[in-house]
Design a protein around this ligand. Structure first.
Ligand SMILES: CCC/C=C/C(=O)SCCNC(=O)CCNC(=O)[C@H](O)C(C)(C)COP(=O)([O-])OP(=O)([O-])OC[C@H]1O[C@@H](n2cnc3c(N)ncnc32)[C@H](O)[C@@H]1OP(=O)([O-])[O-]
Ligand SMILES: NC(=O)C1=CN([C@@H]2O[C@H](COP(=O)(O)OP(=O)(O)OC[C@H]3O[C@@H](n4cnc5c(N)ncnc54)[C@H](OP(=O)(O)O)[C@@H]3O)[C@@H](O)[C@H]2O)C=CC1
Length: 272
């Protein structure tokens, strides 16, 4: 297992060039990992993407990578947990180009046994992974209604079964799944579709480096297909769901995880 290369680029592209010409997206967490890969694929397919995240230098790096692509990427740093600021930013993006696709990708957590999660720690993770997703989605609603657009929220494999060490984050993502299904019903009349995409283990900044390697190897071993999820295949799935082929896809949880959710589970702490 130690010779395995976990993050080889993977060519997952099946969608046609120009698919999203004249379309616009809003992507949170656009400066790294999965969010950056989503931006790159959407811009490659001709979209105008507005991205955010807290670190300007990471967003700038994403912008540099899109330079010769068919679409365009603009950005402004923002903390999605600052309600007034993020609402204003969604409005700014919506008023300037509309929003055909919203990608709720910003998120994360620390790994800890529930008994060691303080109320402040719990609140921080719920705020980032649930409350902010509601705020952004609601702020985007007027623009999604105009475009008859769609929403993809990045979730976690195992969201419907539980993972040790992730009680706070799984609770938040399960909340997003409930919200997604409820809004898929409420907003169906507007032609708006909402789905959750749940990757298994993805080798990104959050899980990279030598220190994370033993955990990574354990997570990949717990994945029946024995391989991590690539950022490129998550990005292609986001694009597919936003495409005309996804017209009737709504209220879904799609776990793109090599059957990890059916296996022993992706646990961040060992069973006692
Ligand atoms: C297979 C799936 C794998 C998933 C992978 C990924 O998601 S990869 C993506 C990975 N990328 C990321 O996850 C990056 C994003 N993550 C983050 O930005 C932050 O971790 C955050 C949002 C969770 C907290 O943001 P914040 O600035 O608001 O937090 P703060 O610092 O102010 O602390 C608030 C409270 O939390 C407490 N606390 C903190 N650590 C621990 C701990 N280890 N133990 C226990 N508790 C901990 C801290 O003590 C404090 O409580 P206290 O002591 O006052 O009672
Ligand atoms: N890696 C994995 O194995 C898996 C990841 N996920 C989820 O996928 C999503 C992307 O994670 P991944 O790419 O792996 O990890 P990263 O840590 O690279 O991405 C998280 C992104 O969210 C942004 N972000 C975090 N907090 C905030 C905030 N308060 N306001 C604005 N932006 C914020 C970060 O930017 P900045 O720090 O600049 O603000 C960063 O770009 C997350 O929701 C993660 O939990 C799901 C399953 C598995």
């Amino acid at each position: 297992m130690s010779s395995t290369s976990f993050n080889d680029p993977y060519d997952a592209s099946v969608l046609r060039d120009g698919l999203f010409a004249d379309r616009s997206a809003f992507v949170s967490g656009a400066g790294s990992g999965i969010g950056r890969a989503i931006v790159l694929r959407l811009v490659q397919l001709g979209m105008h993407v507005f991205g955010t995240g807290r670190r300007a230098e990471m967003l700038e790096e994403t912008a540099n990578l899109t330079k010769d692509m068919a679409g365009a990427f603009t950005y402004k740093p923002c903390n999605v947990r600052e309600t007034d600021a993020i609402e204003a930013l969604v409005r700014e993006a919506g008023e300037s180009r509309g929003i055909d696709l919203l990608v709720n990708n910003a998120g994360g957590q620390f790994f800890a046994p529930a008994a060691e999660i303080s109320r402040r720690g719990w609140d921080a993770v719920i705020d980032l992974n649930l409350n902010a997703v509601f705020t952004v989605t609601k702020a985007a609603y007027p623009y999604l209604r105009t475009s008859r657009g769609s929403v993809a929220s990045i979730s976690l494999s195992g969201v419907d079964r539980g993972s040790m060490g992730l009680a706070h984050s799984i609770a938040a993502r399960a909340g997003v799944l409930g919200m997604t299904r409820s809004l898929a019903l409420e907003w169906a009349k507007d032609g708006i579709r909402l789905n959750c995409i749940a990757p298994g283990t993805v080798v990104t900044e959050g899980l990279a480096g030598e220190a994370a390697r033993p955990m990574l190897e354990r997570l990949v071993e717990a994945t029946p297909m024995g391989i991590p999820t690539s950022v490129e295949e998550v990005a292609e799935l986001v694009a597919y769901l936003a495409s005309p082929a996804g017209r009737l896809m709504t209220g879904q949880l799609i776990q793109i995880d090599g059957a990890a959710h059916l296996g022993p589970g992706l646990h961040m702490i060992a069973a006692e």
